[in-house]
Design a protein around this ligand. Structure first.
Ligand SMILES: Cc1cc2nc3c(=O)[nH]c(=O)nc-3n(C[C@H](O)[C@H](O)[C@H](O)COP(=O)(O)OP(=O)(O)OC[C@H]3O[C@@H](n4cnc5c(N)ncnc54)[C@H](O)[C@@H]3O)c2cc1C
Ligand code: FES
Ligand code: FES
Length: 1365
């Protein structure tokens, strides 16, 4: 078809777009309409920058910049978008920029990429391309604005915008702080001295200035819309509308008028159900497609849907206008309106909308799409609620004439079908009522698990009315009330009419509010099955109270924070808007240069530019197929049959691989450890929900994913016992795994004697800790390629390729030598890609073996979350005896751990728990540990396994003791610190020398540097002054046992002097390669007395290859970097010993000798230039203790339960850090991961044990808006440690444990709240006796503070509910 028809016909027959300035044209016949932009980029172009992290708009790994050109106005608009949700056909004649388009190895890197690198803002790198694009988009937007020109070298971006620019992007590694710094470095109002550790200037530099930063070209410096596309679009525009609706093709339809739409929809073409009507298609992130669609109708091009009409009565916004654009429109309108009162409505609507989803979703998500979701699917929309609150109306078209109805009526209609089009939304102007002398009041509220980053509301509301002062009563009176509530488990947002009526015209007093609240509780009733119903009702009550109480005298108004420092100040401080700040203290050693220097991460620019190759980035070999697991949704059931629903995606199935396909010499094995094996497939019994039953093979990953969803599994439980799903059931059934004696931790002293010494006892108190999902940004993935002679090459994203090789070989029944497992880099592991990576690698290998074609598997996020397993949930019952001064004399622990279905590494978890617990001197310590075998996914090691839980249990005991004795927790902590002698008793194998026991000095130092005592005092004052906000502070110590394992290493020098290093350790983002690179340069530099410059850049660290370097072992336990460095050092020493004679000879001849000359001469003399070693730690170096301490201060909002970490300070003993920047990154990142565990991440299963928190939608890892507002980290250099690798200590895991300080501070804050409200209530129980389990999200915080605190408060004021309620 000719170009002229393409633009005007509803059926798009070819797709033209520019990607990073290159033109792409594809005929529609070759490209399915359901193809996303991400899939297009990754499978049809050379670009791999955008990554697939979730496929649901929830992580930002796939963010790109889209530019659209309007030939009529000659304007280009640019915005970020999630390429995983954007359908490729919606971008016809658009331009797309990925991170490669910003900069790359060939053309040079962009300032964003260089600054991300230089601020150490990338670890595993999987999130980095998306981060770069979100930052780029913010810069471009800011620079396109009409603000004044910034100083040279800066953008118009502000610091506050920089902090929000990537609020929807997830990073599981860094803890966000360095990314914020990289982004802030562009802001025109930044003080460069506030920025964190970087390579551009040293802390000692007197005044950092912008010239030291990689230079930034104003506007971003990238041509986002190429000229060739402009010209094409211009010429297309000149052609007429020549409409053809009779086409019979599958594909993408773009009606240009309402009439066209109905012609299309009524034609026989669209009678079947495989058609989808879309605008931004972001709803696919919410309600996942369950089958393929072969026809799409994009209604975004219908002019009526894109119009914006500003009228005197209000503003009409077309349904296809994006949320971002709506925000701009509302902001603009609010500024232009004359009435200061009226503008409030628009401004607050815009503010609320800015908290919906994330920038890259809002940029493509339409206002109408949001409201339609609320109308059709009971979506818990924010926008529907707030627009309802301002009395909006909508214009809908149901075939015939357009109709105007109120939004309320619209939402109440039965779900509309595709015969109805939403055309526009009308938002009226609201102004003060001059006749009644009343002013306008308007507020919106939302309670969500994150303030900004991508979290749906538990409940939201919008309240509007006119308030006037009644002279006679001296009270305020409300009229024209609109009270809208939504998302609380309702079909759609509602107006609380009865409450409105009740309040209208009444004097606003405490008893009126109380009456309104009683009525509200009858109105806001969550539907059956809604999670946290009481919480939602209670928050709704809190919101109404907040709104009304502002107009009542003598009521503590929740919207205000009373500052303790200036007693009279009533300033409202919104803590969410507090600017982020940070301080990093590191000491670089120069004794072992370049070891000890904060050099930037090896290959980091490649990560930022998207050129770093992860498994899914390896170009698919010819004939490559793709696989996705079918998993059981039931525990302990026979699998009788697997069939597939009849659907478009089922037609794409090429094969199903199952246990039947395992070769006769092979075994049904999917994972193994030294403790036992786990089958690959549940055959004939599915033992747990989430177990693999087979693999669906198809031509593309999307087909395989979709087809796997079509599986219908027939189960049978005849003759089977009920499954064991809880720890309690396991105990009842004696279902345990054995913990071999050598792994069973050692008790200390005599518990009974210790209890006899005690003045007080606490008996059998429970603390529960739930699970945590790894949430590595790259899900499990493997590519298996059959090779000659029954060999298999498997590229696996694994922390343990060596054992993956064994499992694959056993499954296929072939020798180990026939299996080559290659791992270059891993997009985050955290323990989840050690033993849990094997099933994917093995399934891919088995599929490739059966089909004799390459097979790639890249688990989609939901499948990964359901199948892979997680951290060990556990519960502890403690009994503790103690003296009146706080000295603990004995502790006993009954510990029950859920290990899931297989042993995995679980038998080592008890020793982790107890090791962390031993950080205090308990006098006597005894325990009974049960490792439960349950019909749940196998639990596996996750960062600081066991230690994380053990430390929290220890702190729970300490705080309990402190609260019983009414002592300061810190006092009790210090009372129970080890002496060196007791340290040796508790840690006989690793205590080290007296001089290395640094905990006490660290703790004291932290108390000093964090002004702990002063702040604790201020907090007391704050809590007295504030009714609805409470603060808490806590300080926890850390002792962490590290056990380095043997490791191989090989260092080879090539003829040209370049150096390649192979080590057993895998680069999972922890900076292992960087440290190895530094170590190589240092160790080979020893050939010169003063070291050798320039060696660092010559070192290349190679990917792991199990046939090339054997005995590589597992990467985990924090110690792999130092083991790999130790092996490297040893190999280099060998080389040095061989090169030294050559060197000496040359020196005699010519004085100075260069590296190049030395190597060239050594080659000529046939010196062996490759050295292999296997480093085995000696006694003394195979186990040691790490020390640290962390203080955190939190604030809780008693109305919503929201937690804000105001400040965290960490001090950590790194020995002599091998690379302070890398170690700092590890410490910060692991701390934030710990915050996720202790506060945010709710790992939930259904009654069958199936994981239901299986997406970014309902599993919330920390985002940039949830990190401490102030985050200070000090990496101590404690000097020379004889038995360590160049005196260094590990940093990867221990700081996770320090996040328990946030949990403890939270407990303090809740305690303050309970004290307050219990005083005003009649309840007889001690408010201070409560248990705070893990995690402690806002719903729990609110529950512990009391769901009825508002009512209690009002009652306590002596007011009964006003009559009429
Ligand atoms: C990660 C993420 C987080 C989110 N967070 C929030 C949040 O916190 N609060 C919130 O309120 N929302 C949230 N959303 C929802 C988001 O606002 C909606 O997905 C979005 O507005 C839908 O717009 P769209 O243009 O992409 O609609 P589409 O996905 O294209 O369409 C949605 C549905 O509406 C129909 N439709 C669309 N427009 C019309 C029309 N004009 N007439 C008739 N039918 C139509 C379509 O057929 C489809 O059924 C989130 C979404 C994502 C992906
Ligand atoms: S992959 Fe697109 S947002 Fe996660
Ligand atoms: S660096 Fe951000 S996810 Fe790894």
């Amino acid at each position: 078809m000719a170009a002229r028809d393409d633009a005007s016909s509803p059926l798009v027959e070819r797709l033209v777009l520019a990607l990073n300035g290159r033109r792409y044209e594809v005929a529609a016949a070759e490209l399915e309409p359901s193809t996303t932009l991400l899939e297009f980029i990754r499978t049809r172009t050379p670009f791999r920058g955008p990554k697939l992290g979730c496929g649901e708009g929830g992580c930002g790994a796939c963010v790109v910049l889209i530019a659209k050109y309007n030939p009529a106005t000659d304007e280009v608009t640019e915005f970020s978008a999630s390429s995983c949700l954007t359908l490729i056909y919606s971008l016809n004649y658009c331009s797309v920029i990925t991170t490669e388009g910003l900069g790359n190895t060939r053309d040079g890197f962009h300032a964003i990429q260089k600054r991300m690198s230089g601020f150490h803002a990338s670890q595993c790198g999987f999130c980095t391309p998306g981060m770069c694009m979100s930052i780029f988009s913010s810069l471009v937007n800011a620079d396109n604005s009409k603000r004044p020109q910034p100083p040279n070298g800066f953008s118009k971006l502000t610091v506050s915008e920089a902090e929000k620019s990537f609020s929807g992007n997830l990073c599981r590694c860094t803890g966000y702080r360095p990314i914020v710094d990289a982004c802030k470095s562009f802001a025109s109002d930044v003080d460069l001295e506030d920025l964190g550790l970087n390579i551009f200037w040293k802390k000692s530099d007197r005044k950092p200035d912008v010239s030291k930063l990689p230079s930034y070209t104003f506007g971003g410096g990238i041509c986002t819309f190429p000229d060739f596309l402009r010209s094409e679009l211009k010429s297309l525009q000149q052609h007429t509308d020549d409409v053809n609706t009779t086409s019979s093709k599958e594909g993408w339809y773009q009606p240009r008028s309402i009439k066209h739409y109905y012609e299309l929809i009524n034609s026989t073409l669209f009678s079947e159900s495989s058609v989808k009507v879309v605008i931004g298609n972001t709803s696919a992130g919410v309600y996942k497609d369950h089958d393929l669609y072969n026809k799409y109708i994009d209604i975004g091009g219908i002019p009526e849907l894109s119009s914006i009409v500003s009228k005197s009565e209000g503003i009409e916004i077309g349904a296809a206008i994006t949320i971002s654009r709506s925000i701009e429109i509302l902001e603009k309108e609010s500024k232009s309106m004359s009435s200061p009162n009226g503008s409030v409505v628009f401004r607050k609507l815009a503010e609320h909308m800015s908290k919906v989803a994330s920038p890259f979703v809002r940029n493509t998500a339409s206002l109408g799409g949001n409201i339609m979701l609320a109308q059709k699917y009971s979506f818990p929309s924010d926008i529907a609620t707030i627009l309802l609150g301002v009395g909006s109306t909508v214009c809908i078209q149901v075939v015939g004439e357009p109709r105007h109805v109120t939004l309320e009526e619209f939402l109440e209609q039965p779900p509309l079908d595709r015969m109805s089009l939403l055309l526009s939304i009308f938002i009226p102007h609201w102004i003060a009522d001059s006749q009644t002398d009343s002013s306008l009041v308007f507020e919106t509220y939302r309670a969500a698990s994150r303030p900004l980053g991508n979290a749906i509301s538990y409940v939201n509301s919008a309240f509007l009315g006119h308030v006037s002062f009644d002279e006679s009563s001296g009270d305020h009176v409300l009229n024209n009330l609109h009270l809208a509530f939504g998302a609380y488990g309702t079909e759609h947002a509602i107006r609380a009419r009865k409450v409105e009526k009740f309040l209208t015209g009444k004097s606003l007093t405490a008893s009126t509010i109380h009456g309104a609240i009683q009525l509200l509780k009858d109105t806001v009733v969550p539907a059956k099955g809604t999670s946290h119903p009481e919480y939602r009702v209670s928050v709704a009550v809190g919101f109404l109270f907040s709104f009304l109480s502002a107009h009542v005298k003598g009521i503590a108004y929740p919207g205000k924070t009373f500052s303790a420092s200036s007693a009279n100040s009533l300033d409202m401080i919104d803590i969410y808007d507090w600017p982020l700040s940070s301080r990093q203290e590191t000491i670089s050693g120069d004794e072992y240069k370049p070891v000890g220097e904060p050099v930037k991460k090896y290959g980091v620019e490649l990560q930022a530019s998207g050129e770093a190759v992860y498994v899914d980035d390896i170009p698919a070999p010819k004939n490559c197929l793709h696989g996705e697991f079918i998993y059981s949704t039931r525990p302990l059931s026979f699998v009788k049959n697997i069939t597939f629903k009849s659907s478009l995606s089922s037609q794409k199935i090429i094969a199903v691989v199952s246990a039947k396909d395992i070769p006769k010499d092979g075994q049904n094995i999917g994972s193994m450890s030294m403790f036992g094996d786990e089958p690959l497939f549940g055959d004939p019994i599915a033992e747990f929900a989430g177990q693999a039953l087979g693999v669906v093979i198809a031509e593309t990953q999307r087909y395989a994913d979709m087809a796997a969803k079509q599986a219908v599994v027939e189960y049978d439980t005849v003759d089977l016992n009920p499954p064991i799903l809880t720890m309690e059931q396991a105990v009842q059934n004696n279902s345990y795994f054995n913990v071999p004696a050598v792994f069973y931790p050692k008790q200390v002293g005599d518990f009974s004697m210790g209890m006899d010494e005690a003045d007080h006892k606490i008996l059998s108190t429970e603390v529960k800790l739930a699970s945590q999902y790894y949430f590595y940004m790259e899900t499990q993935t493997a590519l298996a390629i059959p090779d000659e002679d029954n060999n298999m090459v498997v590229y696996s994203s694994s922390q343990y390729p060596e054992l993956a090789q064994t499992v694959i070989a056993k499954c296929l029944g072939i020798p180990l030598a026939n299996v080559r497992v290659i791992t270059r880099r891993v997009g985050g592991g955290f323990g989840g890609k050690a033993y849990r990576s094997f099933p994917v690698a093995t399934a891919a290998a088995l599929s490739a073996y059966k089909l004799q074609r390459p097979v790639k598997m890249y688990l989609n996020r939901n499948t990964d979350m359901i199948m892979v397993g997680s951290r060990h949930p556990m519960k502890a019952l403690y009994s503790v005896g103690f003296k009146s001064d706080g000295k603990i004399t004995a502790l006993h622990l009954d510990l029950v751990i859920d290990a899931g279905i297989s042993e995995d590494l679980s038998p080592v978890i008890p020793s982790g728990v107890i090791s962390a617990l031993k950080k205090y001197n308990w006098g006597a310590l005894s325990f009974d540990i049960k490792l439960c075998k349950t019909n749940n996914t196998s639990k596996s090691a996750m960062r600081a396994p066991g230690d994380t839980q053990g430390s929290l249990i220890a702190e729970a005991v300490i705080e309990h003791v402190a609260s019983v004795l009414s002592l300061d927790s810190n006092h009790v902590r210090e009372m129970n610190f080890h002496t060196y002698d007791s340290l040796v008793l508790f840690y006989p194998a690793s205590a080290g020398k007296d001089s290395t026991y640094t905990l006490r000095s660290i703790f004291n130092r932290l108390a000093l540097t964090s002004s702990y005592l002063h702040r604790a005092d201020t907090i007391k004052q704050f809590n007295i002054c504030n009714k609805w906000r409470k603060r808490g502070i806590s300080c926890v110590p850390l002792i962490f046992n590290v056990s380095p394992r043997p490791a191989p290493g090989r260092v080879s020098v090539l003829k040209d002097g370049s150096i390649v290093v192979q080590v057993g350790g895998i680069e999972i983002g922890q900076g292992l390669w960087t440290k190895v690179q530094q170590m190589t340069a240092f160790a080979l530099g020893k050939l010169w007395p003063e070291g050798c410059e320039g060696l660092l850049e010559r070192v290349r660290v190679l990917q792991a290859d199990t046939l090339n370097l054997v005995q590589s072992g597992v990467t985990g336990g924090s110690s792999t970097s130092e083991s790999s460095c130790a092996a490297t050092l040893q190999a280099c020493k060998l080389l040095v010993s061989r090169l030294n004679p050559v060197m000496n000879k040359m020196r005699l001849q010519s004085g100075t000798v260069s590296w190049d000359n030395l190597i060239s001469q050594a080659s000529q003399e046939n010196v062996n230039l490759s050295a292999s070693v296997y480093w085995v730690p000696e006694k003394g170096s195979n186990s040691y203790l790490n020390y640290g301490a962390g203080t955190s201060e939190v604030e809780i909002d008693l109305i919503t339960g929201a937690v804000t970490i105001l400040r965290s300070d960490l001090v950590y003993d790194c020995g002599m850090s091998l690379n302070p920047a890398v170690d700092l990154g590890q410490i910060e990142g692991s701390f934030i991961q710990g915050v996720g565990f202790f506060i945010y991440e709710e790992h939930q299963t259904n009654s069958d044990g199936l994981v239901i928190s299986n997406s970014t939608w309902d599993y919330k890892i920390p985002t940039v808006d949830t990190i401490p507002k102030q985050f200070n980290v000090e990496v101590l250099n404690t000097g020379y440690h004889k038995d360590r690798v160049l005196s260094s200590k590990a940093s990867g895991e221990p700081a996770v444990v320090l996040a328990s300080s946030v949990h403890c501070a939270l407990r303090e804050a809740i305690r303050a709240a309970r004290k307050d409200f219990a005083n005003s209530a009649e309840s007889g129980t001690s408010p201070l006796t409560f248990q705070l389990n893990v995690p402690a999200p806002m719903t729990i915080v609110k529950e512990l503070c009391g769901f009825d605190i508002v009512e209690k408060y009002l009652e306590n004021l002596g007011h009964k509910p006003a009559s009429g309620a």
